[in-house]
Design a protein around this ligand. Structure first.
Ligand code: ZN
Length: 191
């Protein structure tokens, strides 16, 4: 179900259900949805678009790529604090389409085959894990939790402040020269 609010006398779509793809928390202060829900109230459970530094000029409601995630600048390991390997956090059923041996598909369903597999993170079968930063959630105690996504199965989960700090320390330690983008990301990730 879409979430909308009136901004400057115009109806603006904020997102869908708890996922406010089209607004950062800083842009949503004081907004009330058409259903009467205060957007910046921690109890409403909304997840806000992460304030990606290269989107600072974009207005509320105008963000492209609604489910954008930013991949960490290094591959995470199963033992890293911010990698959630609780099997229930990852999808047990991923349906993968098998192309022909040469990678081709021929446009109709004649040769399509699908296989069902569990997320390799849940299976503990993988060395390098793609972790994407996607959202923030305002918690009851006032801190902003970071929401990340598994690049294999798309499952999302919330990091604790300690997990977020460990992730930020790893960004500093494992990336020799931080880009301006990641220097700003670090400032915005730290609780
Ligand atoms: Zn997964």
């Amino acid at each position: 179900m879409g979430e909308y609010a009136i901004v400057d006398e115009h109806e603006v779509k904020l997102g869908v259900c708890e996922d406010l793809y089209y607004t950062r928390l800083s842009q949503a202060t004081g907004l009330v949805t058409l259903d009467g829900e205060a957007v910046d109230n921690p109890t409403s459970g909304y997840r806000f678009r992460f304030p990606f530094p290269d989107e600072d000029h974009i207005q509320l409601g105008a963000f492209p790529d609604f489910e954008r995630g930013v991949l960490l600048p290094f591959a995470s390991k199963p033992t890293d604090a911010w990698v959630n390997v609780e099997p229930e956090q990852h999808r047990r059923s991923l349906y993968l389409r098998v192309p022909l041996y040469n990678g081709k598909e021929y446009g109709d369903s004649t040769y399509f085959r699908t296989v069902e597999v569990a997320c390799p993170v849940a299976q503990g079968e993988i060395e390098n894990i793609p972790v994407e930063i996607i959202q923030q959630r305002l918690m009851g105690d006032g801190h902003l939790a970071v929401i990340v996504r598994c690049g294999f199965c798309g499952s999302i989960y919330r990091l604790t402040p300690a997990e977020t700090r460990a992730m930020c320390e790893a960004i500093t330690a494992r990336v020799p020269v931080l880009t301006e983008f990641w220097a700003k990301m670090l400032q915005r990730l730290l609780p």
